[in-house]
Design a protein around this ligand. Sequence first.
Ligand code: ASP
Ligand code: MG
Length: 474
Amino acid sequence: MQTLVMKFGGTSVGNAAAIQQTADICAQQKQSSENLVVVVSAMSGITDLLIQAAQQAAGNQPERMWETIETIRTKHLQVIDALLPADSAPVAEREQVITAVTARLDELNSYCQSIQVLGEVTSRGMDVISSLGERISAQIVAALLRIMGTPSIAVEATQLIVTDRSFQNAVPQMGPSREKIRKVLHPLFHQGFVPVVTGFIGATPEGITTTLGRGGSDYTGAILADCLDADELWIWTDVDGVLTADPRVVAHARTIPEISFAEVGELAYFGAKVLHPKTIRPAVTRNMPLWVKNTFNPGFPGTRISQSATRERGEISAVTTIKDLSILTVEGRGMLGVPGIAARTFGAVARTGASVQMITQSSSEQSICFTIPSKLSEDVVASLEAEMSLELYRKDIDRIWSRDQVVILSIIGAGMRETPGVSARIFGALGKANINVVAIAQGSSEYSLSLVIDQAEANAAVRAIHDEIIPPLV
Ligand code: ASP
Ligand code: MG
């Protein structure tokens, strides 16, 4: 393969053994990929700790802040000691990486001290601090590759990815990024280097550090792959690819060998935190295949995600849930045929900042139901009651109420399209397990069917449906 981008997540660089494993995979792959780019996340847990340190600084809790900073420091220095031991690693390499890493750690100290003085942390400040994890992990991985004999260099994505100024959730500007990425990385390819790029971060045109949002390293991988016209993007994680269900719920959940972008988009929306749809957009646009692979089981092929995965008729890919939801109902006989009720309902919901996952309304128009995260249900009910106060007074709307502790169970698979009988099997399985369905929705894309059920029955429902419609591989 000519150009390949491989992204390694937090657990793939989570400790010394994992980093060694990651470096082995990279060194091995370099032999068959001429232009290989590696993107790394921060060590797992580090981004959370960095944010915590900043918050503790802002909250004037210096003892806690120093404790957190100390944890971050020791974690990294221990890993360096394990991977580049003082008695055997080349002295120059060890010193170089220690210098680079301590410089970052010292930056963390001074940022936190300034935040403590100011008593607040801006989102711009938060981005500088939370970028440090990737800036450290990239240095460590590159150093390890070098001592293993694979020429490598750490590259900060602030030099590559140009974004707007929406700190903590910055939007990349693809044109300028493409130019920079090619200008910086092509010469490195020609010299035979493997660039190890920091995931998650970018910079404004003026060079101010930004981040692409939590979990944004996948996005970095996709942006680089897009701008380099890469052949493929491989996302290395700690599971065997995209699974048919949460393995903690379904013991015999298995890897989906092949899945389409559309299906994986549904999965991401429905709680199986695979790849954010925004993340894979560049891959979708270019129709570039994407693989999800397991760093700790590198011989296993994993899941291939592409535009057109082949599907048997009726084949279901996955069963997943979104938990901690409430289902709200706006109910009344006076709503029939009155235009604008739905618009006002969702306007009132939007004003609370709640995002709606699923909506149903029967053709009698006597009720509209939708789900929202439970923690917002009181706010949303209050906002709806205010919006509809006149209708409530006139009894055109009888009541607005919320049922808490529900989940959306979603069954995903392009094989459902134009195939009769799939929902019969799904509802049959639930009936047999004696599980009640509160609400149902299916979009006309027919990629997924969503059911609302009580949270207490969620796991049993996932197992019942999985057993019924996803046969074990023979
Ligand atoms: N380190 C960042 C985070 O924890 C980005 C990532 O891991 O993808 O959100
Ligand atoms: Mg991550």
